[in-house]
Design a protein around this ligand. Structure first.
Ligand SMILES: Cc1ncc(COP(=O)(O)O)c(C=O)c1O
Length: 391
C-alpha cells in the first residue's frame, strides 16, 4: 500500500522524537559508571537549575508530571468530598491525578480560539465543594491567569498549574508555574526538554515542597535517599503513606543538559512554526493563532484543525494519509468527555463541553522539534499539501 503513494518520504518521521546530544550521553555514561544511579546529587543539580530557570524558590523533581500533579493536589489538602475544576481539553493524566486523591474532577469547557480553559466556564462550575482549579497551558499558550487567579481568590481555591507543555511559557513577564500554589512540569520523551520520564513541582512554599519530597519517596523522612551515602548509614522514619515517585540521577543526567539548551530548542521550534504558518495559512484548515499580548508561547504543539466539510477529508483520514506518507502525527487530544471510563464514572457527555469536543474531533499535531532537519520540515509541508490536494 505504502509504495503506491507518490512523493512519500523514504523513512518514517517519528512524531515528537527528542534531540539527544553528546553531553547528556556522556553524563548518563558517567552516572552509570559512578555506581550512584538513583536519586542523588544530580537530581539536586537539576532542581536548582530548574528553579533558576522558572524563577521559583522551591522545586522537587519527580518521575512524571502525573506524579507532580498528584502530589501537588495532596499537598493542597485535596481529598474525598472535594471537587476540582479542570479543562476538558487535556491529557487524561490531569484528570486521573485528581481522581487518585479521591476528589471529584469537574470539567470546564475551553475557549475555541486558545484551546485553554475558559474562566467564565470555570465560574459556572463552582459549588460549595470546589477546592481547586487545575488550568493547563495548552500547547504552551498561557491561560488567562489574571481571570483564573481572581476567581480563585474570590472563592478561596487552590491553583495547580499543569505546565506539561509550558516550560518556556510566560504570562505578563513571569514564567508559567509561578502563578498558582504549584506548577507541575513534564519531561516525557515528546516534551520540549526530556529526561525520558520525569517531572518537576515548583512552589513558593518550602514546607509544601518538603512534604512533596517525603511523599515522593514512600513517606520516608527527609533525605532518606542519602541513607546509603558515605556519611554512614542513617535510619529513616516513615512519617506519611507515600508513593514511589522519585526522580533518578540517570534521568537528571539528561535533564541538566537539555535544560541548558531550552532556549536554543525554542528558537528552532519558532523557525519551524513560522514556516508552518506561512505554508498553511492559505489552506482550508485551522492554524494556531498568534500569541496573546505580553505572553510567550512555549510552542510545544503545532496543531491543524481539519474540518471535514471545509477540507473534503475527515480528520481521521488525514491522519492515515499523513502516516502513509511516512509523517508521524498526533492527536492532542480527544476531549476528555469522549472516553468511556469518564462517561461511566461521572456521566460526562461530549455535548456538555462542545468547544473541547469540536477541537478534539478536528485536531492534528504535526512534528515540531529541534531534531527536525530543514528537509524534514519540507517533507511535512509537502505531505500536508499533498494530502489536502488529493481530494
Ligand atoms: C497536559 C498534560 N498534563 C500531564 C501530562 C502527564 O505528563 P507525564 O507523562 O510526565 O506524567 C501530560 C503528558 O503528556 C500532558 O500533556
Amino acid at each position: 500500500m505504502k509504495q503506491e503513494v507518490i512523493g512519500r518520504r523514504e523513512s518514517f518521521l517519528v512524531f515528537g522524537a527528542p534531540l539527544i546530544e553528546e553531553e547528556e550521553i556522556d553524563e548518563v555514561v558517567r552516572t552509570l559508571r559512578s555506581g550512584w544511579v538513583g536519586t542523588g546529587p544530580k537530581v539536586g543539580r537539576f532542581e536548582q537549575a530548574f528553579r533558576n530557570f522558572v524563577g521559583a524558590p522551591h522545586a522537587a523533581a519527580v518521575n512524571s508530571c502525573t506524579a507532580a500533579l498528584h502530589l501537588s493536589l495532596l499537598a493542597s489538602g485535596i481529598g474525598p468530598g472535594d471537587e476540582v475544576i479542570t479543562t476538558a481539553m487535556t491529557f487524561c493524566a490531569t484528570v486521573n491525578a485528581i481522581i487518585h486523591t479521591g476528589a471529584t474532577p469537574v470539567l470546564a469547557d475551553v475557549d475555541p480560539a486558545t484551546f485553554n480553559i475558559d474562566p467564565e466556564q470555570v465560574r459556572r462550575k463552582i459549588t460549595a465543594r470546589t477546592r481547586a482549579i487545575v488550568p493547563v497551558h495548552f500547547a504552551g499558550r498561557p491561560c488567562d491567569m489574571d481571570a483564573l487567579l481572581a476567581i480563585a481568590a474570590e472563592h478561596g481555591l487552590m491553583v495547580i498549574e499543569d505546565c506539561a507543555h509550558a516550560i518556556e511559557t510566560e504570562y505578563h513577564g513571569r514564567k508559567a508555574g509561578t502563578f498558582g500554589d504549584f506548577g507541575c512540569f513534564s519531561f516525557y520523551v515528546t516534551k520540549n526538554i526530556i529526561t525520558g520520564e520525569g517531572g518537576m513541582v515548583v512552589s513558593k512554599r518550602e514546607d509544601d515542597i518538603a512534604r512533596i519530597k517525603v511523599l515522593a519517596l514512600h513517606g520516608m523522612s527527609k533525605d532518606a535517599w542519602k541513607r546509603f551515602g558515605d556519611e554512614g548509614y542513617k535510619h529513616y522514619q516513615v512519617t506519611d503513606c507515600g508513593f514511589k515517585y522519585n526522580m533518578m540521577d540517570l534521568q537528571a543526567s539528561l535533564g541538566i543538559h537539555q535544560l541548558a539548551r531550552v532556549e536554543r530548542y525554542h528558537a528552532r521550534r519558532s523557525e519551524i512554526w513560522r514556516q508552518y504558518d506561512a505554508a498553511y495559512s492559505g489552506l482550508p484548515v485551522g492554524i494556531p493563532g498568534p500569541p496573546e499580548k505580553h505572553t510567550r508561547h512555549a510552542l510545544h504543539l503545532y496543531t491543524l484543525l481539519i474540518d471535514g466539510d471545509r477540507c473534503g477529508m475527515s480528520r481521521d483520514r488525514f491522519l492515515q494519509e499523513m502516516t502513509q506518507r511516512n509523517i508521524g502525527v498526533g492527536v492532542h487530544y480527544l476531549c476528555i468527555a469522549e472516553h468511556p471510563f469518564y462517561q461511566r464514572a461521572f456521566g460526562w457527555r461530549p455535548e456538555q463541553v462542545p468547544n473541547a469536543t469540536g477541537i478534539g474531533r478536528q485536531t492534528v499535531s504535526l512534528p515540531l522539534g529541534p531534531k527536525l532537519s530543514d528537509d524534514d520540515v519540507a517533507d511535512v509541508i509537502f505531505a500536508v499539501h499533498a494530502c489536502l490536494d488529493s481530494n
